[in-house]
Design a protein around this ligand. Structure first.
Ligand code: TYM
Length: 334
């Protein structure tokens, strides 16, 4: 009997520093699980990181660290392709064609572009503007069926679909239409200090985010300082109690408990007990990952070999798509 073809997954993460709890819950945690069912490609998006000024030595170090963290979080190179974006030059080759098939107006509407250009007014570069075309290239070049991301990437995914559809209509069916895969629980983990804002590693207040490399002591302290409200009751209400609701989401993801059960567990108890339990659930989840991370990162040769093999495997797929696209748009091939 013919084996059913597995759906293909592609996702990426920027090596702009250590991953946050938001990155883990919104994306990375799902990546490891998806390996069971799908053919997966996971990428350290180093080219995307260049849209914000990076210190070169730090970017190099963070790229290897990001790969080690993904391995520690359960990405298995025997089952998935793990690679660095800049190691597969086809991404930038396809990017150009997609840039030429994307409208200025479409890119102007991207909220991430608007946010980042407001945050870095001294460096509103062209790469920041065309970033979604490169992201579309990352996805479409592998004909990915599903793209597991956090809620903040949804708009970029929609644009990728529009670009794919337009290209397919203009030339001929070429790209698979990618579907976003966004889990409801934890699609957007909020800042611990301003719970109406997304948790982000670029936040200037280090108490607002948890890093995957934070020590148990740091994690406990940051949760204890987390902004809540004055009601003193653990109950979900994202509009009026965004801080408490965010902590409940984190606790729910790590313990598997539903909101109603969490509310019952902490009925009559103060926020102190609740925050401690949330922090402990994060500490317990991260402990084995941190141990693996230290072990893997110490073996630089191993990480580099995984990335070399990953880039070669990814390029075999990507180069074929790029050649096809170049032919379809009329570039002379000898
Ligand atoms: P990046 O590096 O900003 O984030 C990596 C992943 O983490 C998710 N995420 C969150 N999820 C929940 N709550 C949060 N607070 C939170 N913060 C981040 C993001 O949604 C993302 O899934 N453009 C992408 C990288 C990329 C990519 C791709 C992704 C490049 N090419 C192709 C998918 C497919 C980015 O900057 O992610």
């Amino acid at each position: 009997m013919e084996e059913m073809k597995k759906k293909r997954i592609l996702s990426g993460i920027q090596p702009t520093g250590t991953f946050t709890l938001g990155n883990y819950i919104g994306a990375v945690r799902n990546w490891a699980v998806m390996q069971e069912q799908f053919e997966c490609l996971y990428m350290v998006a180093d080219l995307h990181a260049l849209t914000v000024r990076q210190e070169p030595a730090a970017l190099r170090a963070h790229t290897r660290e990001a790969a080690a963290m993904l391995l520690a979080a359960g990405i298995d190179p025997a089952r998935s392709i793990l690679f660095v974006q800049s190691h597969v030059p086809s991404h930038t080759m396809l990017n150009w064609v997609l840039c030429c098939n994307t409208q200025f107006g479409e890119l102007s509407r991207m909220t991430q572009y608007k946010d980042k250009s407001a945050k870095h007014p001294d460096n509103v570069n062209a790469g920041l503007f065309t970033y979604p075309c490169l992201m579309a290239a990352d996805i479409l070049i592998y004909n990915a069926d599903l793209v597991p991301v956090g809620g903040d990437q949804k708009q970029h995914l929609e644009l990728s679909r529009n670009i794919a559809q337009r290209f397919n209509n203009t030339y001929s069916p070429t790209f698979t239409m990618p579907e976003p895969y966004i889990t409801k629980a934890g699609a957007k983990i909020m800042s611990l200090q301003e719970p109406t804002k997304k948790m982000s590693k670029s936040d200037t207040n280090a108490n607002s985010f948890i890093l995957m490399t934070d020590t148990p002591d740091q994690i406990m302290k940051k949760f204890k300082r987390a902004v809540t409200d004055s009601e003193g009751v653990v109950r979900a209400d994202s509009e009026n109690k965004p801080g408490v609701t965010n902590l409940m989401s984190i606790y729910s993801v790590f313990t598997g408990k539903e909101f109603s059960r969490i509310e019952a567990e902490f009925a009559g108890k103060g926020y102190g007990d609740f925050k401690e339990a949330v922090a402990q659930s994060v500490i317990d989840t991260f402990r084995p990952i941190q141990e693996e991370y230290a072990r893997i990162l110490a073996d630089k040769a191993y990480v580099d070999q995984v990335l070399k093999d990953g880039a070669a495997a990814a390029a075999r797929i990507a180069d074929r798509t790029t050649a096809k696209v170049y032919r379809k748009v009329g570039l002379l091939q000898l």
